[in-house]
Ligand binder design. Sequence first.
Ligand code: 5RP
Length: 279
Amino acid sequence: MKNRLARIIKPYNNRALMLAVDHGYFLGPTEKLETPRNVIAPLLKYCDSLMLTRGIQRTSVPTNTNVPMVLRVSGGTSIIGEDLSQENITVSIQDAINLNASALAMSIFVGSKYEYQTISNLGKLVNEAHQYGMPVLAVTAVGKDLGKDARYLSLACRIAAEQGAHIVKTYYCNDFEKVVQSCPVPIIVAGGKKIPEQDALQLTHNAISGGAVGVDMGRNIWQSEHPIAMIRAVRSIVHGNSNVEQAYDMYKQQSDKHAKKDTPDSKDSANHKSQEQKK
Ligand code: 5RP
């Protein structure tokens, strides 16, 4: 369990950069993630872990990667269906182990019609995963009619932790520190809808300053005009302690570089602390 968690939240600084590419599980071919293989490959070396579904892992991630997989195991609804909150567990623990998952991820919909189903599924998943030393990341998904305020998110995060989740993913909000303080397990912040790059970097910085271990970011990376530049800038905040200005400068510099030269700098590796410091 600890070994798997240490793959996701780096022990040397207690930080995590998770690249989220699981959106298709209810959104279908999400804009700019239509061909996941092309999106994932160039970004892999800059993230600490990848959040994805088994279908995307099997079809679109190089099998020889050493990037840890946070496997989404909940689903069953679609954006055009009746109620997004009616999720169930769709992947067996055996299949997750077969895919060499480092953690399982599922959504809970606190305050929704299917609150009971999703929260009790979380408890059951933790029961099962615990037997294999497998961490569970709970995603506090927000229903249409519920706000993303500290009161609601504190409730959702705390309930996830009480059910035994090892990491909780939630949204950044005003008074975010209160959400972190009342949740006894690490919190990772979702990026949310695409916003201007500088604002997404500010969100990352705010999340870290507010006590999150890192970000689980998707659209604000791969929907950016320059995904590699963006993930590197986000990484410089999460692991290099850059401020927003420094990170945005990095984004602009790297955008220019990648606009001129399509392939990433092959010397660049984001997986080692000393290399982080140089950056
Ligand atoms: C979808 C998810 C995503 O992984 C999560 O929202 C992070 O992605 P983004 O930064 O695009 O919001 O859980 O349900």
